[in-house]
Design a binder for this molecule. Sequence first.
Ligand code: E4P
Length: 221
Amino acid sequence: MKIFLDTANLESIRTFNDMGLLDGITTNPSLMSKEGGNPKDAMEEITKIIKGDVSLEVVSTEYSGMMEEGKRLRKYGDNVVVKVPMTPDGLKACKSLSSEGIPVNVTLIFSPNQALLAAKSGARYVSPFIGRLDDIGQDGMHLIKEIKEIFSNYNFGTKILVASIRHPVHVVEAAKIGADVVTLPPAVLNKMLSHPLTKIGLENFLADWEKLKAGNPDIKI
Ligand code: E4P
């Protein structure tokens, strides 16, 4: 399963990329807005740091605007995936951009039928938002199971990019279902890294080493 970071924060991107954890990045207008500044600088920098797919989202809601923005976004790098919303114009742009060799991520997917239609339009990724479904009392992870089954039945090449992830259990569940990608807020990835027993274990190792050193001051590794 691939891991993308769901952020436009350059410091987090560099930190996790240096650990070799990142296969790609997803952004959206809200994440860009959260960082402030000129989003062009962020987009330029992110596409340079990350070798894998970087989703950059259009803000036009009409086909022609999406096409223009999609082509402009793609100029940031060959790794840019244009993110379009799950609307009729979004699907039309998905089909056109995909036919021109520009990969597309269809975002704001909340039902299996929306995922099916986005795949039919040639999307490289569909982004089902599981946390937002959980928020309104629906089972977000059930949607991932349904999309997985549908895509497997027909051998669609479209990848399932699990989005709106809120906690590490979501990641384990997505991996068990066999989702292709999870896109994680930095806070969730941080939580996945740590375990209280790791912390305690390391403290004990270091305390024991200090005891050993007390009797052999010159000892070194
Ligand atoms: C995905 O591409 C979106 O950027 C993101 O996962 C949305 O998550 P949210 O529901 O936490 O805003």
